[in-house]
Design a protein. Structure first.
Length: 278
């Protein structure tokens, strides 16, 4: 009886499918395995779709909207300082009468100049991604914000240390180096030199013992520049920066003229021509 029972059990077990015997056949993947493979296939596809959407949106943003409304806002910011100004766009307004020129060459605060530089540059980028236009507007932004850059470098040096100041300086220089037009790079090399000189000047002040309790002892600075024979570097750096600043100022009118000619051409092509056809 024993052997017969064992044979019956063996034959019965052999006739049952693997999943009813309490184990999974090696030839058939389980449902969890199938789901895992499906997820592994789907995830990369989803990532690629998201990446493609991101790139499309980024390209559109970099290209600019090209809308007449955004162009008009940019022109009004250039001419009058505000996009909502009620004055009409004046295509005959000389560049040196524009708000953009006046804030460069006038007696505005560093905060006003810094804010305007960002506003004008952002307004152009929103409308257009034209490389020549963007690099000219970037140069304008650096010119109008240069005093603030120097102030921030000084504040970083006094309140933190040389390492933090060098890091901030590098961020300014790296932004300049992204520009590729030779004429723009040449002019930005001047502003870069001014910023480098600012840090070098602060280091010399420190070496002369003129920085105390996170501030500059101005009497010590005067003595170090003019009364101490071993501190000629301070005077030399200061004089070089004065010369470089004069060189920059001589470019204010040519640069604003260049931007003005560009925006007049864009406005005529985009808006005046369209209105004429109506």
């Amino acid at each position: 009886m024993g052997p017969q029972t064992n044979n019956l059990t063996t034959n019965f077990n052999n006739n049952l499918p693997p999943d009813q015997l309490g184990f999974i056949s090696s030839s058939s993947p389980s449902r969890p395995q199938i789901k895992k493979k499906t997820i592994l296939l789907i995830v990369p596809v989803v990532i690629l779709i998201i990446l493609a959407i991101f790139l499309i949106i980024r390209q559109r943003n970099e290209a600019g909207s090209g809308s007449p409304e955004d162009l008009t806002k940019f022109v009004k910011i250039f001419q009058y300082g505000r996009p909502e100004d009620k004055k009409n766009v004046n295509l005959n307004l000389p560049a040196n009468y524009s708000y953009a020129y006046q804030i460069l060459d006038g007696s505005y605060s560093a905060d006003e100049r810094f804010s305007y530089g960002d506003q004008l540059y952002s307004a152009y980028r929103k409308y257009s991604g034209n490389k020549i236009g963007m690099e000219n507007l970037f140069l304008y932004k650096v010119y109008v914000q240069l005093d603030t850059y120097r102030e921030k470098l000084t504040e970083e040096f006094l309140k933190k240390d040389e390492v933090a100041t060098e890091k901030l300086l590098k961020s300014y220089l790296d932004a300049s180096q992204k520009n590729t037009l030779e004429s723009i790079k040449e002019k930005l090399s001047i502003t870069d030199k001014i910023l480098n000189n600012q840090v070098a000047y602060l280091k010399e002040l420190k070496n002369a013992g003129c920085i105390e309790e996170q501030s500059i002892n101005y009497q010590c600075e005067v003595d170090a520049k003019y009364n101490s024979g071993d501190r000629f570097d301070l005077s030399e750096i200061e004089e070089e920066n004065i010369d470089l600043q004069s060189e920059i100022k001589s470019d204010y009118e040519p640069l604003t003229n260049s931007i003005n000619n560009m925006l007049v051409g864009m406005y005529k092509a985009k808006i005046v021509k369209k209105e004429t056809k109506k």
